[in-house]
Design a protein around this ligand. Structure first.
Ligand SMILES: [Zn+2]
Length: 701
């Protein structure tokens, strides 16, 4: 069942004589009054300020939901209605979800370590509660009884019923008791193996002691970093520390050194995790078979856009073929570089040569000083520039208001309105700079999901961005990298997805879309920061705002990205394809499968042949947790670029309001109320295509 995570929205417009007529709303209270005039409610989550408070909130939410579910289970079968079963279920799970969102925010953002610890413990408790939700027999029977009666329902209601019943079937509730018990046992075994696979990866260590000669070309910063220099004068690098590996693979002039590091890296966790992976593959195939699927990939993709393992496999195969000319051209360049450097015309490019020659290529032929570009992206101007763009294309207005409460100094609150009607749509917090104990990446955290309340009013969504942009100093504003600007456009895209969602049921809001789609709208918006018109609308040298980024700098940035994009994407496809290879085996095939042979075989076909005795699959964490799912990264990215191409071709380009409005209406607003494939095609106005992606990586027709 979908235990969801995000979304929201709102409305308003004063009638003549309304108190705020003539004056723009400026306080949260103004917006709340406006919302209530359009049958909506704009309330912020109640943030706990002590560990006891957060504990009490969680206990109350779980208790209330438990009571509601028991009440549903106890209903007289003759009196079951869609409203008192499925809608009640949706509202009560939403209440728990909303508390869990606040708990998640506290865990990642509180300035008080005790609060963060309590929140982390409570997150585990809520997670356990949500897993048990599938197995409440009485609740299941009540929902099933109503579903079996096939009441007359509209599209969204029917979808709610179908998704819920599908969730039960996937959990094994459709099976006879003995078989169900066996499925539960297998699931527990699988969960234990999944955890073990991750632990083995975390615990794997591979030190290599290398001399200064062997490390020629490697930056001094690595040699000087703590623990590297040894008493005997050699340098100890760790093949399990990614940046050690990357730095050596990109810079060490000795092929022998690169090969040794590559071998150490691709044998990490091999003795422990090859048996674990083998067992997981067998268990997953067995589970899928017992639940009525051909294979694990079919089970995993059923709830995603791909819907079947075969569709995901075909997507990967088509893209491997589509990228072939680019991959060949890039490999030819690398081969020439290796031939020149080694003096051997027939020098063969191996896996351990690729990062080294790619880096040489970027330095010699595509040098762009990305540090120097920072002057064009002072944080505040960049944020405001992005706001202006999103307000324009989506027809919105953002207003900063005084927040009644913030979890840390400097956090800001904004209200989002529909610009045509003035209707409040929701609110978002910005928490943009690093501090001790805070979440250390960049992400959008939903604070409250939007949906219709029992009294018919719309409960507007709330979101928060937790980011770690460089903080401003006394004499200099915060200056962003171009890649930071791309991240900002991406993450704020998630905020938009949440704000614009207008689903009636919480289980169908914007953030509940399938996992192989959820990144697409945000990835699409990354394309904006590679466009001169977009950049010129806000990017300017902070010391002399008349200075814009030169056109050839942008071209050079794009060329640098494209120089290695063929190989990069083929590598992504290698992981996606080996993941599908071992998860499209039938139960019988899985028993006989040699996972190393299969995964190395796929890798060799899509990138380069791995060295004998290695098994990089043993160190790919995604195979335990995002299994039969890695294809989803490229699936979403290809779709994102396909969607961006519609803007590119529009009269207004990336700032085209008509296309923006269509995106808002056909994709963001509908959330998961219908199949997202349908939504995407309605937006595109044609079937999906891989062509814009191939163009993006530099394959010219
Ligand atoms: Zn994202």
């Amino acid at each position: 069942m979908k235990f969801l995570f995000f979304a929201r929205l709102g409305l308003m417009i004063p009638a003549l004589g309304a108190p705020f007529l003539g004056a723009a709303p400026a306080t949260l209270a103004d917006f709340q009054a406006q919302a209530s005039r359009s049958n909506a409610v704009l309330t912020l989550p109640a943030y706990p300020v002590t560990s006891a408070e957060i504990q009490a909130q969680v206990e109350a939410a779980l208790k209330s939901a438990d009571a509601a579910f028991e009440a549903i289970a106890a209903l007289d079968p003759a009196k079951l209605t869609f409203e008192n079963t499925f809608v009640a279920y949706d509202r009560n799970t939403a209440a728990v979800v909303n508390v869990s969102l606040v708990v998640g925010t506290v865990a990642e953002s509180s300035v008080d370590k005790a609060m963060r610890d309590t929140a982390n413990e409570l997150s585990v408790k809520i997670e356990e509660w949500s897993v048990g939700l599938d197995y409440r027999e009485g609740l299941y029977r009540a929902l099933k009884t109503l579903a079996d009666r096939k009441p007359a329902l509209d599209r969204e209601q029917q979808r709610l019923v179908d998704d819920q019943m599908r969730g039960y079937r996937r959990a094994g509730l459709g099976l006879p008791p003995a078989e169900r018990a066996e499925v539960e046992r297998l699931r527990k075994d699988l969960a234990a193996l999944t955890t073990q696979f991750g632990i083995n990866i975390n615990e794997a260590r591979a030190p290599l002691d290398l001399s200064a000669d062997e490390l020629a070309g490697v930056p001094q910063s690595l040699l000087d970093s703590p623990g590297v220099k040894q008493p005997d004068g050699r340098f100890r690098v760790m093949a399990n520390i990614t940046w050690h590996v990357t730095t050596i693979m990109e810079n060490a002039r000795s092929e022998e050194t690169r090969k040794r590091v590559n071998l150490a890296r691709t044998t990490l966790a091999i003795t422990k995790n090859v048996p674990v992976l083998t067992k997981m593959v067998v268990l997953r195939a067995d589970l899928a078979h017992r639940l009525g699927y051909n294979n694990w990939a079919d089970y995993q993709t059923e709830t995603r856009m791909a819907k079947t393992g075969a569709t995901a496999v075909k997507f990967e195969e088509d893209l491997v073929a589509g990228l072939q000319p680019k991959f060949d051209a890039e490999m030819k360049v690398l081969q020439q570089m290796k031939a020149t450097e080694t003096g051997r015309a027939d020098a063969k490019v191996e896996l351990w040569d690729v990062p080294y020659y790619q880096n040489q290529l970027k330095k010699t032929r595509y040098a762009v000083d990305t540090e120097a570009l920072r002057v064009y992206f002072p944080y505040q101007a960049t944020l405001e520039g992005m706001f202006a763009i999103y307000q324009k294309i989506f027809g919105l207005k953002f207003t900063a208001v005084e927040p009644p409460y913030v979890w840390a100094k400097g956090v800001q609150l904004y209200v989002v309105q529909d610009s045509a009607s003035g209707t409040p749509m929701g609110a978002f917090y910005l928490d943009m700079f690093p501090r001790e104990g805070k979440f250390n990446h960049f992400a959008c955290f939903s604070q409250k999901t939007g949906g219709v309340m029992a009294d018919g009013r719309y409960d507007l969504p709330v979101a928060a961005l937790l980011c770690n942009f460089p903080a401003p100093s006394a004499d200099k504003p915060s200056l962003l990298m171009h890649s930071d600007v791309e991240t900002l456009f991406h993450e704020f895209g998630h905020v938009m997805h949440g704000m614009l969602s207008r689903s009636r049921f919480v289980a169908q809001s914007g953030f509940t879309v399938p996992r192989d789609f959820i990144e697409a709208p945000s990835q699409m918006l990354e394309n904006w920061v590679w466009d001169k018109t977009v950049l010129d609308s806000f990017a300017a040298d902070y010391r002399d705002p008349a200075k814009k980024i030169p056109a050839d700098t942008i071209t050079a940035l794009i060329s640098a990205r494209q120089a290695t994009d063929g190989y990069y994407n083929r590598r992504q496809l290698a992981v996606g394809s080996l993941d599908l290879k071992i998860h499209t085996l039938s139960a019988d095939e899985a028993w006989l499968a040699d996972v190393v042979e299969l995964t190395n075989g796929v890798t060799g076909k899509i990138t380069l042949t791995p060295a004998p005795g290695t098994a990089w699959a043993a160190y790919i964490g995604h195979l335990a947790g995002y299994d039969a799912g890695y294809y989803g990264y490229l699936w979403a990215k290809v779709m994102a670029i396909d969607m961006a191409s519609v803007f590119k071709a529009a009269p207004g380009g990336f700032l085209d309001e008509k296309v923006g409005r269509r995106l808002r209406d056909e994709v963001y607003s509908v959330g998961d109320t219908r199949d997202v494939a349908e939504s995407v095609e309605k937006f595109l106005g044609r079937p999906r295509s891989q062509e814009p992606f191939l163009d993006y990586v530099g394959i010219r027709k």
